[in-house]
Structures are given as C-alpha cells and as structure tokens.
Design a protein around this ligand. Structure first.
Ligand SMILES: Cc1cc2nc3c(=O)[nH]c(=O)nc-3n(C[C@H](O)[C@H](O)[C@H](O)COP(=O)(O)OP(=O)(O)OC[C@H]3O[C@@H](n4cnc5c(N)ncnc54)[C@H](O)[C@@H]3O)c2cc1C
Length: 510
C-alpha cells in the first residue's frame, strides 16, 4: 500500500529513515484511538525532531497531495487523528518537546507543541510559576499541542477556564510548509481547531505565580441538586478567583475510585507525594490522618461529592474557605475527608491508568459544556438515559458514571461508559503493564461496545439540543464551542490549507 508514497523524500526531509515508520504494525496501531478503530491506516508516520524538519516533511506531503494528520500523546477519544485515506501522512510530535527556560519574573513560557503538560509543570514549578490551566488529568502523556488543538480543561479550570484561553501566540506550519506566527484575535480560531488550520509547532502560554497556599474541601451531598447549586453559584462568580477546581462525582465514580485510586491502601502508597505536596510534616501528618478515616465503604455510601481546591494568600484564602463552607452547608453538603483533591494536587500528573475501568473494563467518555442554568437539564437527560436503557445496560454489564466540573463560567457534564470487553491493540500498547497483565485476556463484548457508542451518540445529540457545546472536537463532535471562532476558521482555511490536506473530516471541514 505504501509503494506509491514518496517514502525516500519524506525520509530525507525528516532527518533519515529512523524517523519514518511504514511497517504494518505501527500503522495499524496509529489507526486507533481510545474510542476504537479509525477508517484507514495512515500510509506513513514521520517523527520530526526539529521544527525545520517538520516544515520540510509538510512540503513533501503537500507536493504529493498527501493528507496530513497530527498526533501528540494520542490520548484523545474523538477520532481527532484518524486517517480517512490510506495515503495519509501522520506526524508524531512527541520529539518536538523543548520548553524554553524561564526565570521567576517570566510572564510567558514558550514550548514546542509536543511537550507534555507534566514537562511544562515541572519546568515552571522551581521558579514559583505555573500555567493558569495547567493541564488535563492525562497530562503526564498528553501534549500541549494536542491540548490546545482540543481546548482541554481541568487543573485550574474553575478559575481560569480552558487551556486555550491562555495562549498568547503560536507558530503554526501552514500547508505550504511556511511557519506563520499567529497572535491577537486570530488565536481563537486556532484553539480547538483539531489541527485543521495547520500544525502547532511552538506555543507561547501565559504564566502566573504559583499561588502560595492551597486549601482543600470535599463534601458529600445526598442528591445532585445541592451539588449543582454550589457549582452553579461558583460558575456564576461566587468566590471568583479563589476556587481553582470544583468537580463533582456520582455514586458510580465513588465505586470506581474506591475500587482503585483512592482506597486506603493506595492513600498509604502515595503518602510520600502528599508529604511533599503538603509542604510540612505537620500538615502531611494531618492529611494522612484524614485519609486513614476515609475507608472505601464510606466513599461508596455517598451519592454525590464535590471536591474543591482553593488557592491564594492568607487571609483572603481563609475567608474564601469559610464562605465556601457556608455555601455548601446551606445546600445540604456535609464535609468529608479532603483526600481526593489533596492527593490529586500532590502529584497532578501520574501514569495514566484511567484508560480502563477499575476491573479492566473498556472506557468511553463524553462531555458537553453548559451555561450554569442549563446543567440541571443535562443531568435530567443523563438520568432519563439510565432509566430508559437500564435493562439493555444490565444485559451487557455496561455502567455509566457522571462527573461535573466548573470550567470558568460554565459547567462541564461528563458521562463515562464502562463495560467488560477485550482490549484493542491501542489499549494493549498503552495501558499500564500491571493492567495488561491483569486484563489482557478479557473476553470480547460487542454488544456492550455497541451500546456504549450508541448511548454516546444519543446523549451527544440530546446535550447539543439542550444547549450543550463541545471541546475535544476531533471527528466525533460537530458543534464547536464558539460560532465566531468557527466562522474565522472558515475564513482562514483557504489561505492556510488551500488543498484541504490538514485533518480531513475534522470539524465539518473539507
Ligand atoms: C485518562 C484520561 C484523562 C483525560 N483527562 C482529560 C481532562 O482532564 N481534560 C480534558 O480536557 N481532556 C482529558 N482527556 C482527553 C485527552 O487527554 C485530551 O484530549 C488531550 O488534549 C489529548 O492530548 P494529546 O497530546 O494526547 O492529543 P492527541 O490525542 O494526539 O490529538 C488530539 C487532537 O489534536 C490534534 N493535534 C495534536 N497535536 C497537534 C499539533 N501540534 N498541532 C495541531 N493539531 C494537533 C490531533 O490531530 C487531534 O485532532 C483525558 C484522556 C485520558 C485518556
């Protein structure tokens, strides 16, 4: 299949045959993401080590009218880097990962797009600096380029919104191989574009001082109304600037956490991280005491929980903590040990194990962002789907969890599906060794798989109709977060990519 492709020219452009892969196995692997199998294998994969080589390889592809897809960490689940044609060039960005040095006075950091969020976090921390939105939960392997192309969110997002909101400039490789600098209002079009406007090569991100203190709060709620009332108030501006994260879990998530990540045993295993994160032995001892009184059984009895990280300087932080406490209690929240946010922050980027459920199940997440007053309807839609499909879900052992989180002035609702199934090649290559050893021989469950994908499509359609908007667009979601950014993309696309070679099929382009 690769016989007619310009392999020699691509190889010369990218720095030699060691930076090109054409073998069946790697191309087959590159045709999958977490959500499953894409339509075609890419014909060839190039892994440039310099931006100059990246430009050269794009020029060769353009000369031969090859479609181009870009892959960062490969941790997305919306077909973002799937190839639609067998003559596609896939560009693997992971060797373009330099983070330029900063000083304590820096307000900007320049990174190559293949750098991971963890690399950037580690580079900034010794200087007392941080990105405002400092990464997704997958940041130990997900790249800044992939995150900006998908406009990700998590750490810092209750205060600072989406990662893309903090991009100051970008160098982007256009369809003719030229490097163009994007800044000012045009940035909005390139953020969340799934790479259709070009390849992000180098990104300038805004940097802030790492807040001097953190305060952790976790609460239990008997039903979702109290949780949503608190998240709604935060998204509407209560305690604005103080609450960095505010995420909510349902009972299914509690079961999952109890079964894996936040059991007492695990808490003991990560005691060292917490001790380092806590800053002093006294506060570490206090954290660990709290963990010890959070046995698994207790977590699984809770219907909904909210986990917040507050940041700032005293005395403002103490005032904010008191206000949050009052807000939560007046909405039926009762304090529980703050193990979850404290452990998450102690070491934000751990090896990625959540690609599988706690018992090795397959995992398929989805989401939509809602204005604060739209979030109740979203949860009603989720509850209705659970009721309507209960029997079918039970028949194939499919479970659905739901997470909610404040992202600036919106709330993200994220249902996730879990079902027992065999592992794909992608998963076999990417899960942790102990997960592969334990679950590598799982039986195939096509009915569970099909139902998970059907429910994901169905909920996506219903969320969209209810006013939900999407990030992580790739080739799955079609409704972008911002209509004005989509219009700008339409205007820019013909100049940057006249032949429509960048990521065909993404974002309703091409
Ligand atoms: C366990 C787990 C937890 C996760 N947690 C979160 C979370 O907390 N928040 C969240 O938002 N997401 C989360 N995700 C989803 C995923 O990690 C993010 O979507 C992330 O952005 C993927 O980054 P990546 O480098 O792996 O991108 P990839 O999957 O490689 O690519 C994503 C998209 O970006 C494009 N792209 C990649 N690099 C470039 C570039 N340099 N130039 C142009 N286009 C490019 C690709 O073509 C593709 O369309 C999670 C995923 C997993 C598996």
């Amino acid at each position: 299949m690769t016989g007619h492709l310009p392999i020699h020219a691509l190889s010369d452009a990218v720095g030699g045959s060691g930076r090109i892969a054409t073998d069946e196995a790697r191309r087959a692997l590159a045709a999958q993401d977490i959500s499953g199998q894409g339509p075609e294998r890419p014909g060839v994969i190039a892994r440039p080590a310099t931006i100059g080589d990246l430009q050269s390889v794009v020029r060769v592809a353009a000369d031969h009218q090859m479609p181009i897809v870009v892959r960062g960490g490969g941790l997305s689940y919306t077909g973002g880097y799937w190839a639609l044609r067998p003559d596609t060039l896939m560009i693997d960005m992971r060797d373009l990962n330099a983070v330029e040095p900063v000083t304590a006075a820096s307000s900007v950091v320049t990174v190559e797009a293949g750098a991971t969020w963890a690399q950037v976090y580690e580079a900034l921390k010794p200087h007392g600096l941080r990105l405002p939105v400092f990464g997704p939960l997958s940041g130990s392997r997900a790249t800044v380029g992939g995150g900006v192309a998908q406009n990700v969110a998590f750490y810092g997002s209750a205060t600072h919104g989406l990662a893309g909101d903090h991009v100051l400039a970008m160098d982007v490789v256009a369809g003719n191989g030229d490097l163009i600098t994007v800044n000012g209002p045009e940035i909005a079009a390139y953020v969340g574009d799934a790479g259709i406007l070009g390849i992000k090569a180098r990104i300038d991100m805004r940097v802030i001082a790492f807040p001097s203190q953190q305060h952790y709060v976790s609460l239990a709620f008997d039903d979702e109304r109290g949780l949503l009332a608190v998240q709604r108030a935060i998204a509407k501006g209560a305690l604005r600037g103080t609450i960095a994260e505010a995420y909510g879990f349902d009972r299914v998530t509690h079961h999952n956490l109890a079964a894996t990540g936040f059991s007492v045993l695990e808490a003991a295993g990560i005691a060292g991280d917490v001790a380092r994160g806590a800053g002093s032995l006294v506060s570490a001892a206090r954290s660990l005491t709290k963990m010890a009184v959070a046995p698994r059984a207790q977590l699984t009895r809770i219907a909904w929980s909210l986990h917040c990280v507050l940041e700032g300087d005293d005395p403002a932080l103490s005032d904010a903590a008191a206000q949050l406490d009052e807000l939560c209690r007046s909405n039926g929240g009762r304090p529980i040990p703050d193990t979850i946010p404290r452990v998450a922050r102690a070491k934000p980027f751990r090896p990625v194990r959540a690609m599988l459920g706690p018992d090795g199940e397959r995992w398929l997440p989805m989401h939509a962002l809602f204005p604060p007053d739209g979030v109740d309807e979203a949860l009603t839609i989720v509850a209705a789907a659970r009721t309507q499909h209960r029997q079918a879900m039970q028949a194939c052992d499919l479970r659905m969890s739901c997470m909610t989180a404040v992202i600036g002035d919106r709330i993200i609702v994220e249902p996730q599906f879990f079902w027992p199934d065999s592992l794909t090649e992608f998963l076999r290559a990417n899960v942790l060794p102990q997960q592969l050893a334990a679950h590598g021989e799982a039986q195939s469950n096509p009915r569970g798989r099909e139902l998970a994908h059907t429910l994901r499509r169905d909920l996506t359609q219903k969320f969209g109709a209810a006013g939900g908007r999407f990030i992580q667009l790739g080739k799955f979601y079609k409704t972008p977060l911002s209509e004005s950014a989509q219009s700008s993309r339409q205007a820019i696309k013909p100049a940057n990519d006249p032949d429509g070679l960048f990521n065909p099929g993404a974002l309703e382009f091409n």
